[in-house]
Design a protein around this ligand. Structure first.
Ligand SMILES: O=P(O)(O)OC[C@H]1O[C@H](O)[C@H](O)[C@@H](O)[C@@H]1O
Length: 575
């Protein structure tokens, strides 16, 4: 069907409300807008759906939610009656329409006779992952666009292990979405009726308590927090999102007495009125927290994203300024701290392992290996980290003490299979209190780690390519690099060209080919003669190609210089 035909079909569908029709009428002379809304369905990737909200096939709205849920319901039904009985957990964040979309999803599952456990109100993403595991559900749905701007919403899907859907099932859902008509095939039922008939059961405080009990089990050294609690102060912001309740509560249970929450950002609001972007990766959003920290003489700031799976920190420097500690650096600090704390308190498991992704700093590997841990890499995404954790632990090869990604995600413990800002906040705070007990801020601690393990510097370049043209540009960029693999970048020789699509490695000097353990992802990697790794991959969540620069050196200046040089090269890829 052409985009015009899709447009007409939607415009004439009785499923649309008067407001929705009016929204479509209003664009009737805007061919480009019609094309962008109707050229295709939103693609159902391994993280589900993500897109801007609005009426249309390539937008997030109740029709697309129902359609995706019908497809997902059919995948579950095909698993057989035992699987179906286990039901689906449904969660949502603070975004505009998230509660509505979650209810719609619950009603479609109920309409297909699949029992639902729905959270009574917004909850952190990790609590959904936990609920799937805790209640033995076959699957989970979370309505959230995580850290994206306010115009977006998303539909994340989980399988029985509590991790986001494995590619096999995601492909099946995507296939069914192509087969099923967006309006006609959907089976749904009235929400109140579904609740009255027990097809939708509501989760609330009882699930929070169980979740928090697991979070608190991650604590290694409560004594040090109690020792510092009278004087150690911190500032916390949930950026208007789901962290607002459980994170302060968990910090209180950790023993913190002075957690100062940013009042303006404790207000739940899907418009994120105080920030341009509710992503803790963007430090601008921390301005209110920094003011509050300065006023209250706090050294440590913590912020979680709207669905409380990511967490970012800022810390005070010697010059009384606040600086961002990147996701890569925060992970390194936490890993090093956890190793020390677990050794100190006798909590280190046998055969300890640290997990990271291929685009996460190599400093984490150094920290792990110097301390006798194994370190393994996976592709981007916690489903891969979760898979690796399960594989290592079930085979007895190792016990994972921490899994992390540079994009501000950390997973501790065994009760979730996704990143969890709640337990990460607890352990980051314990770590900050421990360093405070040694007379150090986390800034000092990071400098000490550089002294010990060497200097590492990372930068991610985001080559933004929006819209339909963008998709093509992204594909062309990757194709060009594959057609003419660079042998020199920024005047430095490329030692190895790696392609994670087929797992191939080419040694540039002699042309010898070999293979890597990992394959099956559209990612290119160049190992440079100066020890830098450059990785190029299209983002799975936003319209951009990401270039990751992972450098190291004897001094900070050496690292900085390498990063700047390769960043300039990355700019040229934009075309
Ligand atoms: O680099 P992207 O594909 O855009 O993904 C960036 C991040 O997005 C989400 O937060 C995912 O849950 C993460 O696993 C991923 O690292």
């Amino acid at each position: 069907m052409s985009y015009r035909e899709n447009y007409e079909k939607w415009l004439n569908s009785p499923a649309l409300s008067a407001d929705e029709k009016a929204e479509l009428e209003a664009i009737k002379n805007d061919e480009k807008e019609i094309e962008s809304r109707f050229f295709d369905q939103l693609s159902f990737g391994t993280a589900g759906l993500r897109g801007t909200m609005g009426v249309g096939l390539y937008r997030m709205n109740i029709h697309v939610i129902r359609h995706a849920t019908q497809a997902f319901a059919q995948v579950i039904l095909e698993e057989g009656p035992e699987a179906v009985k286990r039901g689906v957990a449904v969660c949502f964040d603070c975004r505009n329409n998230s509660d509505l979309f979650a209810k719609e999803a619950a009603c479609v599952m109920a309409g297909n006779d699949i029992p639902v456990r729905l959270f009574e109100s917004l909850r952190p993403t990790p609590e959904l992952s936990f609920a799937v595991r805790e209640y033995g559900c076959i699957a989970g749905i979370n309505v959230t666009a995580s850290h994206n701007p306010k115009e977006y919403n998303g539909y994340k899907v989980y399988w029985e292990d509590g991790a986001q859907l494995p590619p096999k099932h995601a492909d099946e859902v995507a296939k069914k979405m192509k087969e099923l008509d967006v309006f006609d095939c959907v089976k749904t039922m009235d929400y109140d009726k579904a609740v009255a008939e027990g097809k939708i059961v509501i989760m609330g405080a009882e699930t929070d308590e169980k979740f928090l009990a697991n979070v608190m089990e991650q604590v290694n050294d409560k004594a040090v927090v109690e020792k510092m609690a009278d004087t150690f102060k911190m500032v916390y912001t949930p950026f208007h999102g789901t962290g607002y309740k459980l994170i302060p509560e968990a910090l209180k249970r950790l023993g913190m007495k002075h957690v100062i929450c940013v009042p303006e950002q404790m207000v739940i609001d899907g418009d994120f009125p105080t920030v341009v972007s509710p992503n803790p990766e963007n430090p601008e959003g921390f301005y209110l927290a920094v003011d509050l920290a300065k006023k209250n003489n706090a050294d440590f700031i913590l912020g979680s994203d709207p669905d409380a799976d990511r967490v970012g920190i800022m810390v005070r420097t010697k010059d009384d300024d606040f600086v961002v500690i990147s996701g890569n650096q925060t992970g390194v600090l936490l890993l090093d701290y956890l190793i020390g704390a677990k050794q100190r308190t006798g909590k280190m498991p046998e055969k300890p392992v640290a997990l990271k992704t291929i685009v996460t700093t190599e400093m984490a590997r150094k920290v792990a290996e110097v301390n006798g841990l194994q370190c393994y890499d996976t592709f981007t995404g916690f489903k891969f980290l979760a898979q690796k954790k399960d594989q290592l632990e079930s085979s007895g090869e190792g016990n994972v003490i921490m899994s992390y990604e540079e994009s501000y995600g950390y997973m501790l413990g065994d009760y979730v299979r996704d990143k969890d800002a709640v337990s990460a906040s607890v352990e980051l705070t314990e770590m900050a209190a421990w360093y405070a007990s040694q007379g150090m801020t986390l800034y000092d601690a990071l400098q000490a780690l550089f002294e010990k393990y060497g200097y590492y510097g990372e930068k991610t370049m985001n080559l933004v390519m929006p819209g339909l043209d963008g998709l093509k540009k992204m594909a062309d960029l990757m194709a060009n690099l594959r057609e003419k693999p660079p042998v020199e970048i920024a005047g430095v020789a490329v030692k190895e060209q790696k392609d994670y699509k087929d797992g191939s490695v080419v040694n540039v000097a002699d042309g010898c080919k070999s293979t890597m353990e990992l394959s099956g992802s559209n990612v290119l990697r160049y190992e440079m003669a100066d020890g830098t790794s450059l990785i190029v991959r299209p983002s799975g969540t936003e319209p951009k190609v990401k270039v990751y620069i992972l450098a190291n050196g004897v001094t900070k200046a050496e690292c900085d210089e390498k990063v700047a040089k390769y960043a300039a090269w990355a700019e040229t890829l934009k075309g």
